[in-house]
Design a binder for this molecule. Sequence first.
Ligand SMILES: Nc1ncnc2c1ncn2[C@@H]1O[C@H](COP(=O)(O)OP(=O)(O)OP(=O)(O)O)[C@@H](O)[C@H]1O
Length: 236
Amino acid sequence: MSRIELVDAGVTAPTPGGESDEVVVLHPTTLELTERRVALVGPNGSGKSTLARLFNGLVAATTGRVVVDGLDVARKGREVRRRVAFAFTDPSAQLVMPTVLEDVVLSLRRHHRSKQARTDAALATLAHYGLADLAHRSVHTLSGGQRQLVALAGVLATDPDVLVADEPTTLLDLANSALVAETLLGLPQQVVLATHDLDLAQRCDRALLVTDGRVVADGDPAAVVAEYRARVAATR
Ligand SMILES: Nc1ncnc2c1ncn2[C@@H]1O[C@H](COP(=O)(O)OP(=O)(O)OP(=O)(O)O)[C@@H](O)[C@H]1O
């Protein structure tokens, strides 16, 4: 597995009005992730996405460092992004080509020189995830679950060491979210998930509870989810 390290990594952002004070989105955080399945849970606006985005440099730490397998994200961003792929909540953010096959081929633009090699690799990836029948479909005709799986296939086609997924099941119904969850949990790669799906979180090896820009609980997923529920109950 990969090793994702945060050393006092924090994120501040300018206040909307541009006043001198800054908003703390993530307080300085130190942690090390080496588990195969890691879940980030917590209320809306708590900082899960920001934390997840630090792992491949989609968001830059404004203090401290983020290091993936010894590579500092601030200095080796391109190499880190080659290893750490990111899947967005809404697959529309990733599906930009007319057909499913073309979309996966596009993901492979930096991985194979010849178009034929890209097409062969894309078809192999689609077949691997049971999506071969969708290869020539327009992405606009896919169901929500199919769109999410195709977007994941596009990301996974590049064979990353780590997949970071931001709420991958949020837009899906029960059956489709189960399908996407099984796919994610079955991957050989390290997977880090920001999720509101507490059943999915409990099937991970480790969970982190993020609240008000801080990791307030970290460890066994069942215990972390229980802590999250207790905190919510205490505010009622
Ligand atoms: N660049 C930014 N500038 C100002 N505020 C920001 C910025 N990025 C995030 N925030 C704020 O920081 C907080 C944390 O955002 P983040 O998206 O990380 O939360 P989240 O836990 O993923 O939420 P959700 O579950 O709703 O997706 C939110 O209040 C958000 O509005």
